[in-house]
Design a protein around this ligand. Structure first.
Ligand code: PLP
Length: 510
């Protein structure tokens, strides 16, 4: 029985938001992120009893811990989960692939959803949740009175297509994704624009990604526009995404134990940007998953790696454009959630005081570009986390090494290669220190076909290698022949974008 409620990481008072409010609001009005202040604990026998469940049944057990039955009854939650994962191409949803048994390295493939990247695992579910809550609010209402949601977002690639595939065809929801004209890959553009559902709108904006993001922020801050159109977000800080991602930590853990025996220590290695993926691993561990450690793998945008080594959370210079662009960030938004628990449990011992501390730290970050935490916070973090920073040269080398040493010629995408590089560094350390019985689950966050440039840079000198034949799936090949629906916005201006949104909503009859 769950009695779960949610609060904001920056709140200094008592708060109890429902799951529905948490999901539909996305971000708390004080600027903080929603969290369950009590993380549910499950005893080890019950966790063991989950080891033979299907992905969907396991998702149900985990989500049930965080969502009250009075908010979503069992049957409805089951249906939401089944619909969300019926769009995946693999029967395991997130299969575990053995890539180097001798070294105890396994790859958790998270890219079998409709857009070939890990964000589908969460956004397929979030799209269905939005529709579910809206349908319930709108029951028995006439067309004029219905609550509708206008989701507006900016993308530099992956999030946009995963959001579009999560929301296509959903009743009472329209989605508008802005991207900078000519600055995303043709595959990414075609993935978004080939979705012809009337409620999906891709806006190609003449400008940069920052221009797009600024316009989105201005639209969110526009009270009048909000009142008329109920603007919503599906960005990486929505709690439902963290919730949905917990399933694959449990699922892959059980799959690996079946292969290697239960006396092994299992570590997860996670290519990280906004810290959403790996944070789900932290919740899974707190719930009771007996995993050993979570290893944060960053690219050259390494705020998390620097923080664990220095206690200082610091923006640093400008964001670096790397071969793993979905991890190119200055600040890891979801990290605030972890900090809250570390502070509450180790320093303040109170929810309200933890909110006050987080508030002060993030005000300091805004003013000075950094804040420094107590030694106790770092040592608590290190009980669960380690980190590795991986540069472009190592990313390229790993893609090549794995392809040439693996008999099945496995091709990694550059994000997954950051994780695999970090895994091999840990494996080498274990060997040097004669640590045995450790196995690694490295998370693979995208299909290599989505990042042709980095993959070809790594492999094109190898005789016989062919991107078309070995990497590109038939479905993505066909994208180049599909009809595209793109609305060109020839000026990066919020008024022009708002007018375009209103025009499209009118066409939809909203
Ligand atoms: C979003 C993304 C990541 C980073 O995940 P976070 O939750 O932001 O840490 C890694 N790889 C790919 C391919 C992504 O799309």
């Amino acid at each position: 029985m769950s009695s779960q409620t949610y609060r904001s990481t920056r709140s200094t008072g008592a708060e109890a938001f429902s799951f529905e409010e948490t999901v539909l609001k996305g971000l708390a009005s004080d600027g903080g992120l929603f969290i369950p202040s009590v993380i549910p604990k499950v005893d080890s026998q019950i966790i063991e009893s989950w080891s033979n469940l299907s992905f969907q049944d396991l998702a149900f057990q985990i989500m049930r811990l965080y969502v009250k039955e009075s908010e979503i009854p069992d049957e409805d939650l089951k249906k939401l989960i089944h619909n969300s994962y019926s769009t995946f191409r693999h029967e395991d949803v997130t299969p575990l692939n053995t890539i180097d048994e001798g070294n105890g390295l396994y790859l958790l493939e998270l890219f079998h959803g409709p857009t070939y990247a890990f964000k589908d695992v969460a956004l397929q579910f979030v799209g269905n949740l939005f529709e579910y809550f809206l349908q319930r609010k709108n029951q028995g209402k006439s067309d004029a009175d219905r609550d509708v949601l206008t989701v507006v977002g900016a993308t530099s690639g992956d999030t946009g297509s995963a959001a579009i595939y999560g929301l296509r065809g959903k009743k009472d929801v329209s989605v508008f994704i802005l991207y900078p004209t000519g600055r995303i890959s043709p595959i990414q553009e075609a993935q978004m624009a080939s979705v012809l559902d009337p409620n999906v709108h891709t806006l190609s904006v003449k400008g940069t990604f920052d221009d797009c993001q600024d316009i989105v922020k201005q639209i969110f801050g526009d009270a009048e526009f909000n009142k008329d159109h109920h603007v919503g977000a599906v960005n990486s800080i929505n709690w439902a995404r963290i919730l949905a991602q917990q399933t694959y930590y449990f699922y892959s853990y059980f799959q690996l134990l079946k292969k290697v025996g239960s006396d092994k220590k299992i570590r997860f290695v996670v290519p990280s940007g906004n810290f959403g993926d790996i944070l789900a691993g932290y919740y899974a561990k707190e719930v009771g998953l007996p995993a050993d450690k979570l290893i944060i793998a960053t690219n050259e945008n390494d705020i998390l790696d620097r923080f664990l080594k220095s206690s200082k959370y610091e923006k640093g210079g400008d964001v670096k454009a790397t071969l793993s662009p979905a991890m190119d960030i200055l600040i890891s938004s979801n990290f605030e959630r972890l900090l809250w628990y570390l502070v509450r449990d180790n320093i303040t011992k109170s929810d309200e005081k933890a909110g006050e501390t987080i508030n002060n730290w993030f005000a300091e970050l805004k003013q000075t570009g950094s804040f420094t935490v107590q030694e106790e916070v770092i040592s608590a973090a290190k009980k669960d986390f380690d980190s590795e920073r991986v540069d472009n040269a190592d990313t390229i080398k790993t893609i090549k090494d794995v392809y040439t040493s693996n008999t099945t010629k496995y091709v990694l995408d550059p994000h997954s290669a950051v994780g695999v590089t970090a895994s091999y560094r840990n494996i080498a350390q274990d060997k040097a220190q004669k640590v045995e019985n450790v196995k690694y689950i490295s998370l693979s966050t995208a299909h290599p076909a989505k990042f042709a440039e980095a993959v070809n840079q790594s492999l094109s000198s190898i005789e016989g290698y062919s991107f078309e034949k070995e990497v590109l799936p038939e479905e993505l090949k066909q994208l180049s022949t599909k009809e595209l629906k793109i609305k060109l916005i020839d000026e990066a201006n919020v008024e022009v974008v708002k007018a375009a949104i209103i025009e499209e909503l009118q066409k939809e009859g909203k």
